[in-house]
Design a protein. Structure first.
Length: 403
């Protein structure tokens, strides 16, 4: 079991990836079962502790995924998690077919989603607040009695907290008493900001004993920041998706959350050795999802450590740390220099080095290449994504000087 993902003790940190469930709700994504199995293997290689595989019983594809996972997945770091709902209002838990499907999946861990906003309980579920509490209690207790670990996602928690700051905490206490390990506070509509997340999580942590988790959507472009704010306020369980995939504008990005926790906040939540696989895993999952990798995504994008300005290149030539906030190799990336009209001699020297050309002792060549690039770009040429053309230009200048 990977560091930071041990299964016993409240002190251990949970990283739960929901790429296969919540991430699949992104527009344009449609995973086959084989796709889901391949992604699960990649996430396990990265070292996440929990992989939420989908909603068995509600989605035939997800039911098949769990069936095949038993024989086709040999996970080394992660446990599979089945996602579903509490029993329906007015239905005995042992008679609820959706709950039965969660057990039939064979997943050792189950996440159940529950309404925590009083308005949603009355207007969407059309039941009473007391019955909703009983639905959580009965479902958790039943799953625990059948040998499952249980996490509870409290949907619309932060919106509900504004309406009634007590009801969500009652749900947490009921879930804990029934045997749930984690109560996950969900920013379902993605409308929160870090200051609000921190304030609410701090307040809730002081009022309940259950381990708190956080699940953030990215509708304010704050999902990663909100997740980190929750951790600073006491959350010990984070839910993320690879590359931030998810409904609407997406979810908290697994790679950014993990890298920030590990490299900036000093929390070892994945094996140290797996951090260097982040770029590889990110791009492999994008390929399976049939989406082009986001070149500008923090840590794992191809532009994350790419420099265009000549001033940057000049400093990088002296010390690679001067314009990189971390060593790119920590996450499996590398530093790149672009050749444009903004380039100076240092940019040309560093780019030449990338291409196997040692120009350090050719100051005249450097100067002529810089001027040539600026002249050509003014005419409409571009070398930013044309390494071969740039190399030919350099060699042409060198040959001209030597002849």
């Amino acid at each position: 079991m990977s560091t930071g993902q041990a299964l016993d003790g409240r002190g251990e940190f949970h990283v739960l990836d929901t790429t296969l469930r919540d991430g699949a709700q992104r527009e344009g994504i449609s995973y086959s079962v084989s796709d889901k199995l391949a992604i699960a293997r990649l996430l396990d290689e990265l070292g996440v502790g929990f992989i939420e595989g989908g909603w068995p019983g509600a989605m035939p594809k997800d039911t098949e995924f769990f069936d095949r996972a038993h024989s086709e997945l040999q996970l080394k770091n992660a446990q599979l998690v089945a996602f579903g709902a509490t029993r329906k209002a007015g239905v005995k838990v042992e008679d609820d077919k959706q709950v039965a499907a969660l057990l039939d999946s064979g997943a050792p861990v189950v996440t159940i989603v529950a309404k925590s906003d009083v308005k949603h309980v009355t207007d969407a579920l059309h039941t009473t607040l007391d019955e909703n509490l009983a639905m959580v209690r009965d479902t958790v207790a039943y799953l625990r009695a059948n040998g499952r670990r249980v996490f509870v996602d409290l949907e619309h928690f932060f919106d509900g907290y504004r309406r009634d700051p007590d009801y969500g905490v009652k749900l947490l206490d009921v879930a804990a008493a029934a045997g749930a390990e984690v109560g996950v506070l969900c920013d379902t509509n993605g409308g929160m900001l870090p200051s609000g997340i921190g304030r609410v999580v701090t307040g809730v942590a002081a009022r309940t004993d259950i381990r708190l988790g956080i699940h953030c959507q990215d509708d304010t472009a704050c999902a990663v920041a909100n997740t980190l704010a929750a951790v600073e306020a006491g959350a010990m369980h984070v839910q993320c998706t690879a590359n931030g995939y998810g409904e609407r504008t997406g979810n908290a990005d697994l790679f950014s959350v993990v890298a920030n926790l590990q490299l900036k906040m000093g929390r070892q939540v994945l094996p140290a050795s797996s951090m260097a696989d982040m770029v590889r895993v990110s791009h492999a999952i994008a390929e399976i999802a049939n989406l082009h990798p986001d070149t500008h995504r923090a840590y794992v994008g191809s532009s994350a450590f790419t420099h265009k300005a000549g001033l940057h290149a000049s400093a990088l030539r002296v010390n690679a740390d001067m314009y990189n906030h971390i060593d790119p190799s920590f996450v499996g990336g590398d530093t790149r220099v672009l050749i444009t009209e903004m380039a100076g001699r240092a940019s040309v020297e560093l780019k030449g080095r990338e291409l196997g050309l040692d120009l350090a002792n050719e100051p005249e060549t450097l100067s002529k290449v810089v001027e040539k690039v600026k002249d050509l770009e003014q005419e409409g040429w571009t070398f930013e994504a044309a390494d071969a053309s740039f190399e030919l230009l350099v060699r042409d200048v060198q040959n001209h000087d030597r002849n």
